[in-house]
Ligand binder design. Structure first.
Ligand code: SF4
Length: 401
Protein backbone atom coordinates (compact mmCIF):
# COMPACT_ATOMS: atom_id res chain seq x y z
CA UNK A 1 0.00 0.00 0.00
CA UNK A 2 1.21 3.50 -0.81
CA UNK A 3 1.14 6.15 1.90
CA UNK A 4 0.56 9.38 -0.11
CA UNK A 5 3.07 11.21 2.10
CA UNK A 6 5.80 8.56 2.07
CA UNK A 7 9.16 8.96 0.34
CA UNK A 8 8.01 6.45 -2.26
CA UNK A 9 4.95 8.58 -3.10
CA UNK A 10 7.10 11.71 -3.29
CA UNK A 11 9.49 9.95 -5.68
CA UNK A 12 6.60 8.77 -7.81
CA UNK A 13 5.15 12.27 -8.04
CA UNK A 14 8.53 13.65 -9.04
CA UNK A 15 9.45 10.93 -11.54
CA UNK A 16 6.05 10.40 -13.15
CA UNK A 17 4.70 13.94 -13.15
CA UNK A 18 7.63 16.28 -12.54
CA UNK A 19 6.43 17.59 -9.16
CA UNK A 20 3.36 18.42 -7.15
CA UNK A 21 2.38 21.54 -9.10
CA UNK A 22 2.56 19.64 -12.38
CA UNK A 23 0.56 16.80 -10.84
CA UNK A 24 -2.20 19.21 -9.82
CA UNK A 25 -2.31 20.66 -13.31
CA UNK A 26 -2.74 17.33 -15.07
CA UNK A 27 -5.22 15.79 -12.61
CA UNK A 28 -8.30 17.42 -14.22
CA UNK A 29 -7.52 15.57 -17.48
CA UNK A 30 -7.32 12.20 -15.75
CA UNK A 31 -9.77 12.28 -12.85
CA UNK A 32 -13.43 13.22 -13.18
CA UNK A 33 -14.97 15.14 -10.30
CA UNK A 34 -17.36 12.29 -9.51
CA UNK A 35 -14.47 9.87 -9.53
CA UNK A 36 -12.54 11.91 -6.96
CA UNK A 37 -15.66 12.21 -4.80
CA UNK A 38 -15.94 8.43 -4.58
CA UNK A 39 -13.19 8.63 -1.98
CA UNK A 40 -15.52 10.44 0.43
CA UNK A 41 -19.05 9.54 -0.63
CA UNK A 42 -19.04 6.24 1.24
CA UNK A 43 -18.45 7.72 4.73
CA UNK A 44 -22.13 8.32 5.40
CA UNK A 45 -23.01 4.65 4.99
CA UNK A 46 -19.68 3.51 6.44
CA UNK A 47 -19.35 0.93 3.68
CA UNK A 48 -16.03 1.41 1.96
CA UNK A 49 -16.21 0.27 -1.69
CA UNK A 50 -13.85 -2.57 -2.47
CA UNK A 51 -12.30 -0.83 -5.49
CA UNK A 52 -11.06 1.97 -3.21
CA UNK A 53 -9.05 -0.59 -1.31
CA UNK A 54 -7.63 -2.17 -4.42
CA UNK A 55 -6.83 0.91 -6.46
CA UNK A 56 -3.42 1.06 -8.19
CA UNK A 57 -0.78 3.44 -6.81
CA UNK A 58 -0.96 6.06 -9.58
CA UNK A 59 -4.74 6.20 -9.64
CA UNK A 60 -4.68 6.43 -5.87
CA UNK A 61 -2.30 9.40 -5.90
CA UNK A 62 -4.28 11.18 -8.61
CA UNK A 63 -7.64 10.89 -6.85
CA UNK A 64 -6.20 11.69 -3.43
CA UNK A 65 -4.36 14.79 -4.67
CA UNK A 66 -7.46 15.91 -6.54
CA UNK A 67 -9.18 16.20 -3.16
CA UNK A 68 -6.18 17.89 -1.55
CA UNK A 69 -6.13 20.46 -4.36
CA UNK A 70 -9.80 21.23 -3.69
CA UNK A 71 -9.06 21.79 0.00
CA UNK A 72 -6.65 24.57 -0.91
CA UNK A 73 -9.77 26.74 -1.07
CA UNK A 74 -10.64 26.21 2.55
CA UNK A 75 -8.13 24.69 4.89
CA UNK A 76 -9.66 23.76 8.24
CA UNK A 77 -13.24 23.72 7.05
CA UNK A 78 -15.66 20.81 7.30
CA UNK A 79 -14.52 19.78 3.81
CA UNK A 80 -11.05 19.15 5.18
CA UNK A 81 -12.42 17.16 8.06
CA UNK A 82 -14.45 14.99 5.70
CA UNK A 83 -11.55 14.32 3.33
CA UNK A 84 -9.14 13.65 6.17
CA UNK A 85 -11.46 11.23 7.93
CA UNK A 86 -12.45 9.30 4.81
CA UNK A 87 -8.91 8.95 3.53
CA UNK A 88 -7.34 8.13 6.85
CA UNK A 89 -9.86 5.28 7.10
CA UNK A 90 -9.09 4.09 3.58
CA UNK A 91 -5.34 3.96 4.20
CA UNK A 92 -5.72 2.46 7.68
CA UNK A 93 -7.88 -0.31 6.24
CA UNK A 94 -5.33 -1.00 3.54
CA UNK A 95 -2.60 -1.22 6.17
CA UNK A 96 -4.68 -3.69 8.16
CA UNK A 97 -5.32 -5.77 5.08
CA UNK A 98 -1.62 -5.75 4.21
CA UNK A 99 -0.98 -7.21 7.68
CA UNK A 100 2.06 -5.04 8.24
CA UNK A 101 2.93 -1.39 8.46
CA UNK A 102 5.75 -0.58 6.11
CA UNK A 103 6.67 2.08 3.59
CA UNK A 104 4.66 4.73 5.40
CA UNK A 105 5.66 8.29 6.19
CA UNK A 106 6.33 7.33 9.82
CA UNK A 107 9.72 5.97 10.72
CA UNK A 108 8.31 2.75 12.13
CA UNK A 109 10.53 -0.30 11.80
CA UNK A 110 9.81 -3.93 12.48
CA UNK A 111 11.35 -5.42 15.62
CA UNK A 112 14.05 -8.04 15.10
CA UNK A 113 13.89 -11.36 16.94
CA UNK A 114 15.82 -11.23 20.21
CA UNK A 115 15.79 -7.45 20.34
CA UNK A 116 13.53 -7.38 23.37
CA UNK A 117 14.78 -9.39 26.36
CA UNK A 118 12.64 -12.51 26.67
CA UNK A 119 11.79 -11.73 30.31
CA UNK A 120 10.24 -8.40 29.20
CA UNK A 121 8.43 -10.06 26.32
CA UNK A 122 6.97 -12.66 28.66
CA UNK A 123 5.52 -9.97 30.89
CA UNK A 124 4.39 -7.50 28.23
CA UNK A 125 3.03 -9.96 25.72
CA UNK A 126 1.74 -12.39 28.38
CA UNK A 127 3.28 -15.22 26.45
CA UNK A 128 2.56 -17.71 29.25
CA UNK A 129 -1.04 -16.66 29.73
CA UNK A 130 -2.52 -19.62 27.90
CA UNK A 131 -5.96 -18.78 29.19
CA UNK A 132 -5.92 -15.85 26.71
CA UNK A 133 -7.17 -16.73 23.21
CA UNK A 134 -4.31 -16.68 20.64
CA UNK A 135 -5.70 -13.64 18.82
CA UNK A 136 -5.75 -11.69 22.09
CA UNK A 137 -2.13 -12.56 22.74
CA UNK A 138 -1.30 -11.65 19.17
CA UNK A 139 -2.64 -8.15 19.77
CA UNK A 140 -0.17 -7.72 22.62
CA UNK A 141 2.83 -8.59 20.48
CA UNK A 142 5.38 -5.77 20.11
CA UNK A 143 6.05 -5.73 16.39
CA UNK A 144 7.22 -2.19 15.66
CA UNK A 145 9.67 0.30 17.03
CA UNK A 146 10.36 3.97 16.47
CA UNK A 147 12.97 6.36 17.77
CA UNK A 148 11.77 8.08 20.94
CA UNK A 149 12.26 11.58 19.51
CA UNK A 150 10.06 10.80 16.48
CA UNK A 151 7.53 9.10 18.69
CA UNK A 152 7.17 12.11 20.98
CA UNK A 153 6.43 14.36 18.01
CA UNK A 154 3.27 12.38 17.32
CA UNK A 155 2.06 10.59 20.42
CA UNK A 156 -0.60 12.26 22.50
CA UNK A 157 -1.12 9.51 25.06
CA UNK A 158 0.88 8.74 28.18
CA UNK A 159 4.38 7.28 28.02
CA UNK A 160 3.22 4.71 30.54
CA UNK A 161 1.23 3.06 27.75
CA UNK A 162 4.35 2.00 25.86
CA UNK A 163 7.54 0.02 26.34
CA UNK A 164 10.72 2.09 25.94
CA UNK A 165 14.19 0.61 25.64
CA UNK A 166 17.52 2.12 24.61
CA UNK A 167 16.02 5.20 22.95
CA UNK A 168 13.31 3.29 21.07
CA UNK A 169 9.62 2.90 21.71
CA UNK A 170 8.18 -0.56 21.02
CA UNK A 171 4.61 -0.79 19.84
CA UNK A 172 1.82 -3.25 19.20
CA UNK A 173 0.11 -3.16 15.81
CA UNK A 174 -2.76 -1.07 17.16
CA UNK A 175 -0.40 1.44 18.76
CA UNK A 176 1.62 1.65 15.55
CA UNK A 177 -1.57 2.28 13.56
CA UNK A 178 -2.59 5.01 15.97
CA UNK A 179 0.81 6.61 15.48
CA UNK A 180 0.52 6.33 11.70
CA UNK A 181 -2.89 8.04 11.86
CA UNK A 182 -1.33 10.94 13.74
CA UNK A 183 1.42 11.24 11.16
CA UNK A 184 -1.15 11.11 8.35
CA UNK A 185 -3.11 13.90 10.00
CA UNK A 186 0.02 16.00 10.48
CA UNK A 187 1.18 15.53 6.87
CA UNK A 188 -2.30 16.14 5.57
CA UNK A 189 -2.52 19.53 7.29
CA UNK A 190 0.96 20.43 6.13
CA UNK A 191 0.05 19.64 2.51
CA UNK A 192 -3.19 21.63 2.66
CA UNK A 193 -1.30 24.60 4.09
CA UNK A 194 1.21 24.46 1.27
CA UNK A 195 -1.48 24.22 -1.39
CA UNK A 196 -3.33 27.18 0.14
CA UNK A 197 -0.46 29.28 -1.16
CA UNK A 198 -1.05 28.31 -4.78
CA UNK A 199 -4.84 28.19 -4.83
CA UNK A 200 -5.11 31.14 -7.22
CA UNK A 201 -3.13 29.20 -9.79
CA UNK A 202 -5.29 26.07 -9.67
CA UNK A 203 -7.69 25.27 -12.51
CA UNK A 204 -11.42 25.87 -11.87
CA UNK A 205 -11.83 22.09 -11.61
CA UNK A 206 -10.64 22.29 -7.98
CA UNK A 207 -13.12 24.99 -7.07
CA UNK A 208 -15.95 22.89 -8.51
CA UNK A 209 -14.67 19.88 -6.62
CA UNK A 210 -14.45 21.96 -3.45
CA UNK A 211 -18.06 23.09 -3.85
CA UNK A 212 -19.25 19.50 -4.28
CA UNK A 213 -17.21 18.46 -1.24
CA UNK A 214 -18.95 21.22 0.72
CA UNK A 215 -22.37 19.75 -0.15
CA UNK A 216 -21.33 16.28 1.00
CA UNK A 217 -19.65 17.61 4.15
CA UNK A 218 -22.69 19.69 5.13
CA UNK A 219 -24.85 16.62 4.80
CA UNK A 220 -22.41 14.38 6.67
CA UNK A 221 -21.89 16.82 9.55
CA UNK A 222 -25.48 18.06 9.48
CA UNK A 223 -26.30 17.29 13.10
CA UNK A 224 -23.12 18.81 14.40
CA UNK A 225 -23.58 21.95 12.31
CA UNK A 226 -27.14 22.34 13.57
CA UNK A 227 -25.97 21.87 17.14
CA UNK A 228 -22.96 24.12 17.07
CA UNK A 229 -23.59 26.51 14.21
CA UNK A 230 -21.25 26.84 11.28
CA UNK A 231 -17.56 27.55 11.88
CA UNK A 232 -17.76 30.04 9.05
CA UNK A 233 -17.78 33.79 9.69
CA UNK A 234 -18.41 34.44 13.36
CA UNK A 235 -17.45 36.63 16.27
CA UNK A 236 -13.72 37.15 16.51
CA UNK A 237 -11.85 34.97 19.01
CA UNK A 238 -8.97 37.24 19.99
CA UNK A 239 -7.36 34.62 22.21
CA UNK A 240 -6.81 32.42 19.14
CA UNK A 241 -5.07 35.10 17.09
CA UNK A 242 -1.46 34.49 15.99
CA UNK A 243 1.38 36.24 17.84
CA UNK A 244 2.03 38.74 15.02
CA UNK A 245 -1.57 39.96 15.12
CA UNK A 246 -1.54 40.16 18.91
CA UNK A 247 1.61 42.27 18.74
CA UNK A 248 -0.04 44.57 16.19
CA UNK A 249 -3.12 44.85 18.42
CA UNK A 250 -0.97 45.96 21.32
CA UNK A 251 0.38 48.95 19.39
CA UNK A 252 3.83 49.24 17.83
CA UNK A 253 6.51 51.92 17.40
CA UNK A 254 6.57 54.47 14.57
CA UNK A 255 8.52 52.53 11.96
CA UNK A 256 6.16 49.56 12.14
CA UNK A 257 2.81 51.29 12.47
CA UNK A 258 1.64 51.41 8.89
CA UNK A 259 2.56 47.83 8.17
CA UNK A 260 1.19 46.43 11.45
CA UNK A 261 -2.11 48.34 11.43
CA UNK A 262 -2.96 49.09 7.82
CA UNK A 263 -1.50 46.08 6.10
CA UNK A 264 -1.63 43.21 8.61
CA UNK A 265 -4.36 44.02 11.12
CA UNK A 266 -6.87 45.45 8.63
CA UNK A 267 -6.62 42.48 6.28
CA UNK A 268 -6.49 39.89 9.04
CA UNK A 269 -9.45 41.18 11.06
CA UNK A 270 -11.66 41.76 8.05
CA UNK A 271 -11.10 38.34 6.49
CA UNK A 272 -11.20 36.55 9.85
CA UNK A 273 -14.54 38.17 10.71
CA UNK A 274 -16.25 38.40 7.33
CA UNK A 275 -14.86 35.75 5.07
CA UNK A 276 -12.42 33.36 6.75
CA UNK A 277 -12.19 30.99 3.80
CA UNK A 278 -12.51 33.01 0.61
CA UNK A 279 -12.74 30.71 -2.35
CA UNK A 280 -11.08 33.28 -4.60
CA UNK A 281 -8.76 36.19 -4.07
CA UNK A 282 -10.86 38.81 -5.84
CA UNK A 283 -13.70 38.45 -3.34
CA UNK A 284 -15.28 41.75 -2.21
CA UNK A 285 -16.74 42.66 1.16
CA UNK A 286 -20.16 43.04 -0.43
CA UNK A 287 -19.95 39.37 -1.46
CA UNK A 288 -19.79 38.47 2.23
CA UNK A 289 -22.11 40.89 4.06
CA UNK A 290 -25.36 42.72 3.32
CA UNK A 291 -24.44 46.00 5.06
CA UNK A 292 -21.42 47.66 6.60
CA UNK A 293 -22.46 47.49 10.24
CA UNK A 294 -20.09 44.65 11.18
CA UNK A 295 -17.19 46.51 9.59
CA UNK A 296 -18.09 49.76 11.33
CA UNK A 297 -18.98 48.32 14.72
CA UNK A 298 -16.64 45.36 15.12
CA UNK A 299 -13.64 45.75 12.84
CA UNK A 300 -12.90 49.44 12.45
CA UNK A 301 -12.98 50.23 16.20
CA UNK A 302 -10.41 47.48 16.89
CA UNK A 303 -8.14 48.85 14.15
CA UNK A 304 -8.51 52.43 15.42
CA UNK A 305 -7.81 51.40 19.02
CA UNK A 306 -4.72 49.43 17.98
CA UNK A 307 -3.59 52.46 15.96
CA UNK A 308 -4.08 54.67 19.02
CA UNK A 309 -1.93 52.31 21.09
CA UNK A 310 1.01 52.92 18.77
CA UNK A 311 3.64 55.40 19.75
CA UNK A 312 3.01 57.96 18.52
CA UNK A 313 -0.71 57.14 17.96
CA UNK A 314 -1.17 56.40 14.27
CA UNK A 315 -4.46 58.13 13.51
CA UNK A 316 -3.66 61.27 15.53
CA UNK A 317 -0.44 61.57 13.66
CA UNK A 318 -1.79 60.60 10.24
CA UNK A 319 -5.60 61.14 10.22
CA UNK A 320 -5.74 60.43 6.48
CA UNK A 321 -4.64 56.87 7.29
CA UNK A 322 -8.33 56.01 7.97
CA UNK A 323 -8.94 56.46 4.24
CA UNK A 324 -6.12 54.05 3.63
CA UNK A 325 -7.83 51.48 5.86
CA UNK A 326 -10.95 51.69 3.67
CA UNK A 327 -8.72 51.46 0.64
CA UNK A 328 -7.21 48.22 1.96
CA UNK A 329 -10.73 46.94 2.65
CA UNK A 330 -11.50 47.39 -1.03
CA UNK A 331 -13.58 50.62 -0.98
CA UNK A 332 -11.09 52.89 -2.72
CA UNK A 333 -9.58 55.95 -1.03
CA UNK A 334 -12.54 57.30 0.94
CA UNK A 335 -13.77 58.10 4.44
CA UNK A 336 -17.46 57.74 3.58
CA UNK A 337 -17.74 54.26 2.15
CA UNK A 338 -20.95 52.67 0.91
CA UNK A 339 -21.37 48.95 0.45
CA UNK A 340 -21.65 49.33 -3.30
CA UNK A 341 -18.17 50.92 -3.33
CA UNK A 342 -16.62 47.64 -2.27
CA UNK A 343 -14.57 46.43 -5.21
CA UNK A 344 -13.30 49.95 -6.03
CA UNK A 345 -9.89 48.79 -4.83
CA UNK A 346 -8.53 45.36 -3.90
CA UNK A 347 -9.53 43.91 -0.54
CA UNK A 348 -6.05 43.09 0.64
CA UNK A 349 -5.49 39.54 1.83
CA UNK A 350 -3.31 39.02 4.95
CA UNK A 351 0.34 38.83 3.93
CA UNK A 352 2.06 35.47 4.14
CA UNK A 353 4.36 34.77 7.08
CA UNK A 354 7.41 34.97 4.80
CA UNK A 355 6.40 38.51 3.76
CA UNK A 356 5.80 39.55 7.37
CA UNK A 357 9.19 38.21 8.36
CA UNK A 358 10.82 40.11 5.48
CA UNK A 359 8.97 43.41 5.97
CA UNK A 360 8.39 43.56 9.70
CA UNK A 361 10.46 40.88 11.44
CA UNK A 362 9.64 42.37 14.85
CA UNK A 363 6.04 41.22 14.44
CA UNK A 364 6.86 37.56 13.91
CA UNK A 365 7.37 35.85 17.25
CA UNK A 366 6.19 32.33 16.42
CA UNK A 367 4.59 30.13 19.06
CA UNK A 368 4.09 26.37 18.86
CA UNK A 369 0.98 26.74 16.71
CA UNK A 370 2.96 28.55 13.99
CA UNK A 371 4.61 25.29 12.95
CA UNK A 372 3.85 24.60 9.26
CA UNK A 373 1.73 27.75 9.05
CA UNK A 374 2.24 29.95 6.00
CA UNK A 375 -0.30 32.68 6.65
CA UNK A 376 -1.67 34.24 9.87
CA UNK A 377 -5.22 33.58 8.69
CA UNK A 378 -4.61 29.83 8.41
CA UNK A 379 -3.12 29.96 11.92
CA UNK A 380 -6.42 31.35 13.15
CA UNK A 381 -8.52 28.90 11.10
CA UNK A 382 -6.50 26.00 12.43
CA UNK A 383 -6.98 27.07 16.03
CA UNK A 384 -10.70 27.60 15.48
CA UNK A 385 -10.84 24.12 13.99
CA UNK A 386 -9.02 22.61 16.98
CA UNK A 387 -11.39 24.44 19.35
CA UNK A 388 -14.43 23.21 17.45
CA UNK A 389 -13.12 19.65 17.69
CA UNK A 390 -12.69 20.05 21.43
CA UNK A 391 -16.28 21.31 21.56
CA UNK A 392 -17.40 18.36 19.49
CA UNK A 393 -15.64 15.88 21.75
CA UNK A 394 -17.09 17.37 24.93
CA UNK A 395 -20.60 17.45 23.42
CA UNK A 396 -20.27 13.83 22.34
CA UNK A 397 -18.78 12.94 25.71
CA UNK A 398 -21.74 14.63 27.38
CA UNK A 399 -24.19 12.77 25.20
CA UNK A 400 -22.52 9.46 25.85
CA UNK A 401 -22.07 10.05 29.55
S1 SF4 B 1 4.89 32.45 11.90
FE1 SF4 B 1 3.32 33.56 10.75
S2 SF4 B 1 1.52 33.45 12.05
FE2 SF4 B 1 3.25 32.92 13.36
S3 SF4 B 1 3.87 34.87 14.29
FE3 SF4 B 1 5.11 34.60 12.45
S4 SF4 B 1 4.00 35.70 10.87
FE4 SF4 B 1 2.57 35.36 12.54
Amino acid sequence: MLDPFSDKAKRLVKEEFGGITELLLIIPSYVGIDQALERVLWVKSGEMPRDLLEMGDIQDLLTFYALLGALAFSPYGIEMELVKEANSRIYAKRLRRAGRISGTATELRTVDAGEIPSRDRTILERTHHHELPPDERDKLRLRYKIHLGKFLELWEGSLKEVYIREGYVYLTTEQALKLWEKSFERNFERAVNLLYEVRDELPSYYLQLYERLGEIAREYFKERLERMGSAEAGLLRFELFPPCVKIALGGVPAGLRNYAITVLLTSFLSYARLCPSPSRRDVRIRDCVGDLSVVEKEILPVIIEAGNRCSPPLFEDQPHEVKNIWYHLGFGLTDKPRLEDSGNSTWYFPPNCSKIRANAPQLCKPDRHCRNIKNPLTYYLRRLYIESRKGKQSTEGGENG
